[in-house]
Design a protein around this ligand. Sequence first.
Ligand code: SAM
Length: 274
Amino acid sequence: MSAGLHRFFVPRGLLGGPRVALTGEQAHQISRVLRLKIGDRVVLLDGAGHEYRVRLDDVRSSAVTGDVDDVRASRPEPRLQVTLYQALVLRDRFETVMQKGTEVGVSRFVPVWCERSAVPRGDQIDAKRLERWRRIVTEAAEQCERGRVPEILPPVRFTEALEQAAGGPALLALERETERSLQAGLRAALDQRLTDNDGKSTASLGLLVGPEGGFSSTEVAAAREAGVITVSLGPRILRTETAGPVLAALALYEAGDMVPFVQHPAAGAAPDRT
Ligand code: SAM
């Protein structure tokens, strides 16, 4: 239905009727950057699990309009809701973590200021930087055909991240871990998975990844004390921006999320918008 078409997350209020009108940045992008024409199609996502294919019938930089000619359920989000508590690292490297983490299926990013973080205090991450990060994960979600955009929470200190993560199953990636393999750690954490009311197992999993300098011994002791499982990612020392997405991908693989997607032929009905 929509392989290869340009995809855009749009406010849900614009969708649900037979016609759609886009203005502002998206109208500019479609008309001036992508230079799409009348008759071309785009896919608009409501971010709540449905996507609308639209045939354009007017394309101007001020406004783009079209008719909805198909509605589908978006590709399924992972049942395992991964929250990646990623130590703050220098600017573009942190952006790499969010872009790659979005592609592999992370549901939520929490930037963490650790004792050995090389960046200024987390509280200097202003609204402008958060907005840029949200744009990066939105574009990554559009590119990898996800139906939802991962959340980015404001930066927190390690102690606060630990408090949030320890509320459910959580792993801390520790390069000097000598006992627990990732697989053993994941099995222990995923065994705590919950079964939701339709019998499908859903689960949340917190993943903590340290800064260039690694977690301090105090941070590791506090994590273990809080019941967080420390795991090794093997004998090689990964850069922090490698460790986050890799750990998330391996967790999703172990949870059985990395399976082929089969789009059912029947278009999904447009969601009830009351
Ligand atoms: N300063 C540490 C050292 O030299 O041993 C390296 C820290 S590493 C660059 C950044 C983060 O990635 C670590 O805090 C850890 O969370 C994760 N990491 C990297 N390699 C890992 C491995 N082999 N096992 C577990 N975690 C790893």
